[in-house]
Ligand binder design. Structure first.
Ligand SMILES: NC(=O)c1ccc[n+]([C@@H]2O[C@H](COP(=O)([O-])OP(=O)(O)OC[C@H]3O[C@@H](n4cnc5c(N)ncnc54)[C@H](OP(=O)(O)O)[C@@H]3O)[C@@H](O)[C@H]2O)c1
Length: 261
């Protein structure tokens, strides 16, 4: 599968940056979206130096109203045809729900869910007209299991997983691949941004998958036309299947203990 032009949200670090670096190697032109202009400009410069590709930067806070429309309009105005959309921007927020800021929970839903739906809707129609394209929506293994102390986050990822798998089925015979990428714990700024306690970071250190590995697995799954891919090895695959073997309350209590600070 040859991707000509990919738009990546959240391209300024972690998994999004790794997508940009990997796709650049295979000659894909890139449109990089995030809030940090300095990081995006630096990455764009580096990618243009190492690969003969076109790299555009769109600086946009995707939690702003109509953010998806604004990004889409810029892409249209510049005459780009996006044949791969990677909805990757997202964040979590660790802690007991009632003690965390409501505004942050709503912002998270806006970024992880609303703008992802908006961008998917906007870019899918032209892909359908062309009869080809691909959409990678970054969910998480958290999409398979409710997570105490990450309640809103896990619920947003359950949405992304369900939404994307439905689109996979609607579009698979139309030449369009929709993939729900479900990483387990991955090296990035995620844990710091989510305000995880240091004790969790220490526990996770050494067991984090690299963002590069996650991206390689995702691109392989896209090539294989899978509806979802769980990255990070056998443990993560066991975790996402555990709800088949245990009562829901049992699992919820076990996870609550595991995630309690
Ligand atoms: N790391 C993990 O363990 C893990 C596991 C499963 C799923 N995921 C998912 O993977 C995706 C990427 O996260 P990551 O792990 O790579 O974390 P990260 O390093 O924190 O990257 C998050 C990206 O999202 C962008 N972003 C955040 N808020 C934004 C906003 N309001 N508007 C536009 N862009 C925004 C950030 O850029 P700016 O700050 O420059 O805007 C950054 O580029 C997320 O959807 C996350 O939920 C991560």
């Amino acid at each position: 599968m040859v991707i000509k032009t990919a738009l990546i949200t959240g391209a300024s670090s972690g998994i999004g940056q790794a997508f940009a670096e990997e796709l650049a190697v295979s000659g894909t032109n890139l449109i990089l979206v995030a809030r940090s202009q300095d990081k995006l400009d630096k990455l764009a410069k580096q990618l243009k130096e190492t690969a003969s590709i076109n790299v555009e930067v769109i600086v946009q806070d995707l939690t702003e109203p109509q953010a998806g429309q604004k990004v889409y309009k810029q892409v249209q105005d510049q005459g780009f045809r996006v044949d791969c959309l990677i909805n990757n921007a997202g964040f979590g927020d660790y802690g007991p729900f009632a003690e965390r800021e409501l505004s942050k929970q709503l912002e998270m839903i806006q970024l992880n869910v609303t703008v992802l739906v908006e961008l998917t809707h906007l870019f899918l129609s032209p892909m359908q007209q062309q009869g080809q394209g691909s959409i990678v929506n970054v969910a998480s293994i958290a999409g398979f299991q409710a997570l105490p102390y990450l309640s809103t986050y896990a619920a947003t990822k359950a949405f992304v997983l369900s939404f994307t798998e439905a689109l996979w089925a609607e579009n698979k015979d139309k030449g369009i691949n929709c993939l729900a990428l479900c990483p387990g714990p991955t090296e990035s700024n995620f844990f710091e941004v989510a305000d995880f306690p240091q004790s969790f970071e220490n526990k996770n250190n050494g067991s984090l998958t690299s963002a590069q590995t996650v991206v390689k697995d995702a691109l392989k799954a896209l090539e294989n036309k899978q509806a979802n891919v769980v990255t990070g090895g056998i443990t993560n695959n066991l975790i996402v299947n555990s709800s088949r073997f245990f009562p829901r309350e049992f699992l919820l209590q076990a996870v609550e203990k595991q995630f309690r600070a």
